[in-house]
Design a protein around this ligand. Structure first.
Ligand SMILES: [Fe+2]
Length: 471
């Protein structure tokens, strides 16, 4: 990093990208860059490093703001007080802050008030003034993913991309964000190119491995996906993103019908009894077991162990995306009390609160929770009736297309089990149109034709499925 960098305005201290920082200690600024790099590269302990900096430099406002901002992304109630503390300490120092730092504080405060979309607006305003503010760019992109703003997660990068190149530190991460945003908007070719460019600059960038894995998932390139993940495993396997990337690898195996491969990944990489496990890891585990449940595969005691871990979060109502994954475990392990707690907490919450998560819970979160209860109890028709009206709105739940696919998949399985074969055929056809190389999708077409008594078309679909499985 060049020393003595000045801000874009040419005056005052700045970070290695020329973005102004009001606190003039060069060592502190460089140390914060290292902490940020941990967050960007999903390695090490970004918060721990920031705490170290703040012990020595308690008046370094940008370090407080970074800590609060990075904690927002955890979407967990247990770190809420730390976020509040970071915001309060930053606010106490605001008198000597610059406009960029004031913008970051406003964003963090909006978040703490539950106005997640408002926080994005504030970070976007900072980015507009400082297009090389990598933290603002990262936060807008990642929050758009959390909130299901599909277009925003791509266009926040497009807005500033021509101001970045290899000479700007952190460019490889910007390529990774762009890659994922393009992928979610189905621009698969450019997404893969950006992701691979990023990996050429920095092979140990799990976010870019992730973006390319998503491209392969969406395009149904299962064998290539397994190979790609294996080829890069030494770069992502030890990162803080490893759990989610193992989940992605398991999806490729699942689509090929390789249940042993899926369970092997679950038991060796997703099942975790460490109490420090993050919510993200538990999300992936639940999401994988639910898919196996849809395929009628017995997963033994795995649900019970996982439900135990989710139970303390039953009344969080912080993030609908978490709640639906908690519900998968409560339903599957038949924890009636936990289900009731989760639903009543959600009902009370949507009645009384006005934060950004209310709409996500009301529109998608609660209906999907109810649909899962119907499914498990064998009320397949009710499951279909609950999910059918919301199936094209599921992006409002946040997460990725690959993650939310679980909703459409549940709907299709329920349609078949409720013997609504015309509907099941339509739904299966949609899935095949989007991913024609999926063995699972063609198996669903086959089952729908079988239900309709169309043996010829069922045989044709089965031939396609078998050939894809063997590919
Ligand atoms: Fe993903």
């Amino acid at each position: 990093m060049p020393s003595g960098v000045t801000s874009a305005m040419g005056i005052g201290p700045a970070d290695c990208r020329g973005v102004p920082v009001s606190y003039a200690d060069r060592d502190a600024i460089e140390a914060l860059e290292k902490a940020h790099e941990c967050a960007l590269a999903f390695r090490g302990d970004a918060i721990g490093l920031t705490d170290d900096i703040l012990r020595e430099h308690p008046n370094f406002i940008m370090a407080h703001l970074f800590k609060g901002a990075w904690l927002t992304q955890a979407m967990e109630t247990r770190i809420y007080s730390e976020m509040v503390d970071a915001a309060n300490k930053a606010e106490a120092l605001i008198g000597s802050a610059n406009d960029r730092e004031r913008g970051h504080l406003e964003a963090l405060q909006a978040w703490l008030h539950g106005d997640f979309f408002g926080a994005v607006q504030k970070w976007e305003a900072v980015l507009t003034l400082y297009p090389k503010d990598l933290l603002a760019l990262q936060l807008v992109h990642l929050t758009d993913v959390l909130l299901g703003d599909v277009v925003g997660q791509r266009d926040v990068v497009a807005r500033v991309f021509n101001l970045w190149d290899e000479s700007v530190p952190g460019y490889e991460y910007v390529l990774g964000f762009y890659s994922f945003g393009l992928e979610e908007n189905r621009d698969f070719f450019l997404a893969e190119e950006m992701g691979r460019q990023s990996l050429a600059l920095r092979p140990d960038n799990p976010y870019s491995v992730h973006a390319v894995a998503h491209v392969m998932e969406m395009q149904g390139r299962q064998a290539g996906g397994i190979r790609f993940m294996a080829d890069h495993q030494d770069r992502w396997g030890t990162s803080n993103f490893a759990n989610h990337l193992w989940w992605h690898k398991s999806l490729f195996h699942l689509d090929l019908g390789d249940v042993d491969g899926v369970l092997d990944i679950y038991d060796n990489h997703l099942r975790n009894d460490d109490p420090q496990t993050t919510k993200y890891e538990e999300l992936d585990a639940a999401a994988l077991l639910w898919r196996l449940k849809l395929l009628d595969i017995d997963t033994g005691d795995r649900w019970a162990a996982l439900a135990e871990r989710w139970e303390p979060s039953a009344q969080d109502t912080l993030y609908a995306f978490n709640d639906v994954h908690a519900m998968m475990t409560f339903v599957s392990d038949e924890r009636e009390e936990a289900q009731a707690k989760l639903l009543s907490a959600n009902e009370r919450y949507v009645e009384s609160a006005s934060d950004a998560n209310v709409a996500m819970s009301r529109e998608i979160g609660i209906p999907f929770c109810l649909a899962m209860q119907h499914f498990h109890k064998g009320r397949y028709g009710a499951c279909v009736d609950t999910l059918l009206p919301v199936r094209y709105m599921t992006h409002r739940l946040g997460g990725s297309f690959a993650q939310r696919d679980i909703i459409g998949w549940t709907l299709l399985e329920a349609a078949l089990r409720s013997r609504r074969f015309d509907l099941a055929l339509g739904l299966a056809n949609e899935r095949c149109a989007l991913k024609p190389t999926s063995m699972q999708n063609w198996t669903y077409v086959k089952r729908a034709f079988q239900g309709l008594g169309d043996r010829d078309n069922a045989a044709r679909a089965d031939a396609r499925a078998q050939s894809l499985k063997a590919a």
